[in-house]
Design a protein around this ligand. Sequence first.
Ligand SMILES: [Zn+2]
Length: 301
Amino acid sequence: MLWGIDLGGTKIEGVVLKSVENPEVLVRRRIPTEQKLGYTHILTQIGKLIRLMTEEAGVKPDKIGIGTPGTLDPKTQLLKNSNTTAFNGQPFKADLEGIINMPIIIANDANCFALAEAKIGAVKSHNIDAKVVFGVIMGTGVGGGLVVNGKIINGRHGIGGEWGHNHLDDSGGQCYCGKIGCVETVISGPFTQKYYTSLSGRENHLKEIVDLHKAGTDPDATKTINRLTHFFGKAISVVIDIVDPDVVVIGGGVGNIDDLYTDGVKSARDFVFNDGLETIFLKPELGDSAGVFGAAMLVAD
Ligand SMILES: [Zn+2]
């Protein structure tokens, strides 16, 4: 059995799956993170969740995969880059292993997403023999995870696949990371909405902008979506030039936009260092479950 836990800012979710070949859900539980009560309390909550899952499963796990909002720094073993800020700078792995008395394997949520979609999600259901899978998260922020031969590439600094803070275009302006024109500031959901507002003076949600573009009645909406697909292609072409994935899975709220799979791919073809582009772009299939399923896949070997 595969045990996984997805640690989120508002909820902690756990799952027990039968196997990689047959990922039937045997147990699924969630409890609130109660982030306000601090780091130690969150650790206690995870311990509580594992107890509840153990009772329900009738067996104890010997190891657990944990998906976290941040990354474990391979050198310092401290968690970093987490938007659940209580975790940053904490020896999360050692602390949690001390509480639950078993080994854990940690990966950030974008890596868990990529692993789940590669092993039991979109890549598997399309029956693609993919050696290299790049999982994109495009929503409030922009992140990514890289899976090669079924394994996450964490890298020297634990930032493997993090393409969201590469430079893309100065028009994105100042990013919270300190740089200017990051991928995230140019093509994330909030910045796409901001761009539309700068053209039209109206504050529409991304979904409404997409609908207006589809209806063909709002030139500002069309300009916004064309800008998004242009820059998506430019940004992803850099990833393709470096790791040359067989498949790119585009998750997150922005990833739902159909134009990314047509105009966005065309744009990537223009920028990539090759005459053609055979990379397959897929929508994810596991929805909100990708994080927790991916966490469980961490213990698959
Ligand atoms: Zn940045």
